[in-house]
Design a binder for this molecule. Sequence first.
Ligand SMILES: Cc1ncc(COP(=O)(O)O)c(C=O)c1O
Length: 437
Amino acid sequence: MKDSMLSDPRFSGIAPFARKVWLSTPTMHGDERRWVDDAIQTNWVSTVGANINAAEEQIAEYVGCKYAVALSAGTAALHLATKLAGEKLYGQAKPNAGTLAGKKVFCSDLTFDASINPVAYEDGEAVFIDTERDTWNMDPVSLQKAFEIYPDVRLVVLAHLYGTPGKIDEIKAICDKYGALIVEDAAESLGAKYKTNGAWVETGTFGNYNAISFNGNKIITGSSGGMFLTNSKDDADKVRKWSTQSREAAPWYQHEEIGYNYRMSNIVAGVIRGQIPYLDEHIRQKKTVWERYEKGLAGLPVKMNPWDRDKSEPNFWLSCCIIDEDAMAPMVRGEQDYLWKHESGKSSPQEILDALAAFNAEGRPIWKPMHMQPIYRTHPFVTVEGNGRGRSNAYIAGSGVDVGADVFRRGLCLPSDNKMTEEDQAVVIEIIRRCFQ
Ligand SMILES: Cc1ncc(COP(=O)(O)O)c(C=O)c1O
């Protein structure tokens, strides 16, 4: 469908971008090369070295925690965070079993599956908690309902979507009430701040176990990589041990526990070391992109992704918008394909994404909620109404509140690259405007 959009008279006078406008790409500054070269010249081309130590220290200092453990990916950090939580709650598992075997875990629903897959790696069952409309994160009201339905649950996996902090105080209060631990997934929100007890605190420090990511599209990158963040020396030591194959202090390779090859490379750490001084600059640039969209899309039947202006300062990793219900043109999505139809004055996420793609710009659908994913369709889902599964009925009109599904249906991620020029963004905005003609 996107191919025919170039000849659609609604877009007349707009030329495709000669250079692709991306969703979010790495931004290198030059310092990265110095630390990578340093690693090569000193022959620390391994999972030990000065770059790893420096990156760990600098991130811990930036975020305001005592220890950061450098790992191969945010997913690895989340896995070990989740495993540590499982071991704390339920004890050490046999090498062939997960620490969460037979246990349910409450999880953010509107997120990337890497947030919650570690629950399955550890043999647990994710129970998905619906989303609130104020920040598009885990809804505390639905979380409270979930504890009423499953009072034995002791672990919550909480992600901050697109760099916007969720309702941390409310969620922590509920977790404290039920004696539950939190794994905080701050993969998308490094540098985002939240105000609690009158003080601004970084995301990635609120959970009992915390993870960040340096994946290539994140606010700063190492090409890949992640870190586990904690104030506990014991936890930091344990994660470091597990991440390096759980070797014991014996002259030979001796193992008391199952291990993983999850440690960060000193080369990757060199890139990260070069990026850290630019984190605040990237956040400022991303905020400018978000603000230009807010201004440029004014007057259209869309809203930008929301955040709590009193209690949070997002890192604005991705700018998103959501189309007003009465301005939604018909759109259907199958499991792998979609169809949309234009109606005057209306549009749909897939129409806008096709228009952007036709003009050589990259947007993306909102994460498809986890409770809608084929792999997790048999898992429980809890909304403000309680059990969110099986609420439809052939004979009675069901209410079926499902905020995550609604944000997925009406929302989209806009090109959010911090290197997008103001002129290019003005064209992106114009393309979106014309979609509604
Ligand atoms: C919310 C969220 N959690 C976890 C991850 C996983 O991080 P990584 O790609 O570094 O494994 C990502 C991004 O990739 C993410 O967006």
